[in-house]
Design a protein around this ligand. Structure first.
Ligand SMILES: [Ca+2]
Ligand SMILES: [Ca+2]
Length: 202
C-alpha cells in the first residue's frame, strides 16, 4: 500500500475509531496488511476470515478459549459478512485496547451472550465457566462445583431475579465491582503482548 492510499484509509478510519490518533491508526492498518492474506482477485474484499482472526487472538493476545474467540470475532465483524475489514479491525481494537468502561461492558456482554438473544443464561454461564476454570482432578463431580458457581454468580449479578442476566443486570454488577467485567472468561487482551507486536512492524 502506498503512502497516499494509507493516509486516505487512515483518515476515514480515524473518524470512527475514537481512541487512536492518526499515527496509531496508520500503524494498525499496516499491521492489518501484514496479517491479511491478499486475495488473488484484486476487487475482492480484503479482510480477516474467522480462522485467521482466531489465530491472531491466540498468538498475539494469548487467548485460548475457542468459544470466546468465536464470539470476539462476531463482535468485531459488525456488518456480519464473516470477515473483519480494515475499518472493523481498527474500530474493534479501539474498544478492545482503549475502550471506556461503558464500551468494554457492551463488548463483554456481547461476547458472553453466546446465542445473541440479549441475555446471559444459566446454560451460557455454565459453558463459559466450565471452559475457563481449570479442572480439579480430585473433585468427584466437577459439574456440581460449576453449577454452584453459576448460582453464586446469579445471586450477585441478577438484580431483577429472573434467572438470567440482562445487560442492565450486567452493567449494574460491573459498575459495582469492576472485576466482574470478565466474570465469564478473559475476552480482553493482554496489552503488553500487543505493544510488542506493534513495535515489531514499525
Ligand atoms: Ca465484516
Ligand atoms: Ca443468551
Amino acid at each position: 500500500m502506498n503512502r497516499k492510499k494509507l493516509q486516505k484509509v487512515a483518515e476515514s478510519v480515524c473518524r470512527t475509531a475514537k481512541h487512536f490518533n492518526k499515527i496509531e491508526v496508520e500503524c494498525l492498518i499496516k499491521l492489518f496488511h501484514t496479517l491479511v492474506v491478499e486475495p488473488s482477485d484484486r476487487h475482492a474484499t480484503i479482510g480477516l476470515d474467522r480462522n485467521t482472526f482466531r489465530n491472531i487472538l491466540h498468538v498475539t493476545f494469548g487467548m485460548t478459549d475457542d468459544m470466546i474467540m468465536d464470539r470476539v470475532f462476531r463482535a468485531f465483524d459488525t456488518d456480519n459478512d464473516s470477515c473483519v475489514s480494515v475499518t472493523e479491525w481498527v474500530e474493534g481494537l479501539s474498544i478492545f485496547l482503549r475502550g471506556t468502561l461503558e464500551e468494554k461492558m457492551k463488548y463483554c456482554f456481547e461476547v458472553y451472550d453466546l446465542n445473541g438473544d440479549g441475555y446471559i443464561s444459566r446454560e451460557e454461564m455454565f459453558h463459559m465457566l466450565k471452559n475457563s476454570l481449570l479442572k480439579q482432578p480430585s473433585e468427584e463431580d466437577p459439574d456440581e462445583g460449576i453449577k454452584d458457581l453459576v448460582e453464586i454468580t446469579l445471586k450477585k449479578m441478577d438484580y431483577d431475579h429472573d434467572g438470567k442476566l440482562s445487560y442492565t443486570d450486567f452493567e449494574k454488577a460491573v459498575r459495582d465491582e469492576n472485576l466482574l467485567l470478565e466474570a465469564f472468561g478473559p475476552c480482553l487482551p493482554d496489552i503488553k503482548v500487543f505493544i510488542f507486536a506493534c513495535k515489531k512492524i514499525k
